[in-house]
Write a protein that binds this ligand. Sequence first.
Ligand SMILES: C[S@@+](CC[C@H](N)C(=O)[O-])C[C@H]1O[C@@H](n2cnc3c(N)ncnc32)[C@H](O)[C@@H]1O
Length: 230
Amino acid sequence: MGKVQSVALPSANDKAAALALTPVSRETEARLDRYVSLLVEWQAKTNLVAPSTLSHLWTRHVADSLQLLDLASSAKIWVDLGSGGGFPGVVLACALAETPGANVHLVERNAKKAAFLREAVRITSATATVHLAGIGDIVDRIGSRVDCITARALAPLHQLVGFAEPFVRSGAKALFLKGQDVEAELTEATKYWNIEPRLHSSRTGGHGWIVELDRIERRNPSAITHGDRA
Ligand SMILES: C[S@@+](CC[C@H](N)C(=O)[O-])C[C@H]1O[C@@H](n2cnc3c(N)ncnc32)[C@H](O)[C@@H]1O
C-alpha cells in the first residue's frame, strides 16, 4: 500500500489575516480564491511553493505579493522575473485586473510552471502575458514601456540589479522581495552598481524586506562576469 501524505491546506484564518494586512476588493478576492484553489490543485503534481508554506499561503505568499502595490500605486505595466507559481506576478495581475491599461508580464523559463501561469491567468481573467523564456531573452520582447519590475526568490541582489538595469534605465522602478540577508546582499551589489536603495520592512512580519530602486548605474562593467547574466 502506498503511503497517503496529508497536506495542510490554506486556512480561512490565514486568509482573513492576509486580507487584514493587505485589503482588496471583492472582485480581486474572488480572483485570488480561484488562483489559490488552482495552485493547491497543481501543487500535488508540480512543486510551485515549498510544501511547508501551503497552510499559510495567504499570509506567506499572497499578502507578501499584494504589499508591493502601495509602493508603485500608479504603475500599470509590470514585469515579474522568475514568476514560478505566480508570486508576486499573478497576485498583482489579479489585483490590477480592473485597472484600464494594466498588464503584468510573467517571465518564467520552466515550461511546466509557465503552463501553470497560463492556466492561472485564464481562470482568474487577470490581464497578464506569460513569457516562457529566460530573462536575458525578453528585454527586447517586452519593450521599454515598463513602470515596475519585480522579483522574489530569484537570485542574489547584484544579479537582480543587472536584470532590472535596462528597464530602470528607461524609467521603471524595481521592487525586490528579499529575506534577512538583505544588508549583505546590498553590500555585494554596491561593488558593481551605483544604487540608492530604499528599504521597506515586510508588512507580513518575519525578516522580509522590499528593496526599492529608481536608479541603477553600472559601476565597473569588467567586474561582472558573463555567468551573472541570464
Ligand atoms: C525559487 S522560484 C521563485 C518563484 C516565485 N517568484 C516565488 O517567489 O514563489 C524561482 C523561479 O525563477 C525561475 N527562473 C530562474 N532563473 C530564471 C531565468 N534566468 N529566466 C527565467 N526564469 C528563471 C525558475 O524556473 C523558478 O520558477
